[in-house]
Design a protein. Structure first.
Length: 276
């Protein structure tokens, strides 16, 4: 009976020890949770599913729900991540394997690459007496988060919240997007066809004179055929070049902010809408 009591006491002490240890960890983590930490201006203090689909910070995690980062006293990061597994939400906390600078650099590289490759059109917003030009990062129908133009020239500034202002859609007075114009493309194609035809005609050799029969009768037809062929080739090449150049030319187009279709245009030109 005594041995049984001793065993019970040992087990109780072990249980109490683990409870105390676990409680201490929970307490310390809850202290960290009381201090919201903005890992990056692009995700704030919490990474949601839409942001993850775009940034791909956790590509191996299926059915990702959200992730929150916490900065530890030693500058390392603690990660609280939630994901679904067989209709069950798994909530786990772990030490993040990368540093804060590595996390921010990974996020910045994705955004910078898409801006440099013109993955979406730049827009210009007119708000009261100010105008802001740049790339739309996100739009939820009510608020626009805009990456200010010129940010791609200073990668270090990507961690500066001032380069990522947020505006209420109701405050926007004007919206301008530079895009290709059908009229410009047509005019450029016609001009290219005209110039190409003239060049083709100018490159046609001088007609040869022949006094013998039947060359004197056949030669003018051959010269005319060659001249027509050169003109047609010039028209085709010139028209194609004009079409390409015209399509690359963008002109500013103003949109009515009161039109429902304008919101769709903004959303389609936001980076988060281009999730992988």
């Amino acid at each position: 009976m005594t041995r049984f009591s001793e065993r019970c006491e040992v087990k109780m002490i072990c249980v109490l020890f683990f409870i105390l240890l676990f409680s201490q960890e929970i307490y310390l983590f809850s202290q960290q949770q009381n201090n919201p930490f903005i890992a990056s201006p692009f995700i704030g203090d919490k990474l949601d599913r839409i942001e993850e689909n775009y940034l791909q910070l956790f590509p191996a995690v299926t059915n990702f729900q959200e992730a929150t980062f916490y900065l530890n006293p030693d500058s390392s990061l603690t990660l609280n991540i939630k994901f679904k597994l067989k209709d069950q939400v798994i909530d786990t906390t772990m030490l993040y394997m990368y540093s804060l600078s590595q996390l921010r650099n990974k996020i910045n590289q994705v955004v910078l690459k898409d801006i440099r490759e013109n993955r979406v059109e730049e827009i210009e917003l007119g708000i009261v007496n100010n105008s802001y030009a740049g790339t739309v990062y996100s739009f939820d129908g009510k608020q626009i988060k805009l990456i200010k133009k010129g940010l791609s020239n200073s990668p270090n500034d990507y961690n500066d919240q001032n380069y990522l202002p947020q505006f209420n859609y109701s405050d926007i007075k004007t919206l301008t997007i530079s895009e290709s114009s059908t009229a410009v493309t047509i005019m450029s194609s016609l001009l290219g066809m005209l110039v190409g035809g003239l060049i083709g005609s100018a490159l046609t050799p001088e007609p040869r004179q022949s006094e013998t029969f039947p060359e004197a009768f056949i030669q003018p037809w051959e010269d005319a055929s060659k001249s027509m062929a050169n003109v047609l080739i010039g028209v085709g090449i010139g028209g194609l070049l004009g079409f390409i150049i015209g399509g690359a030319i963008e002109v500013p187009v103003d949109y009515d902010v009161m039109s429902p279709g304008t919101k769709t245009i903004i959303y389609e030109n936001s980076l988060l809408s281009k999730s992988k």
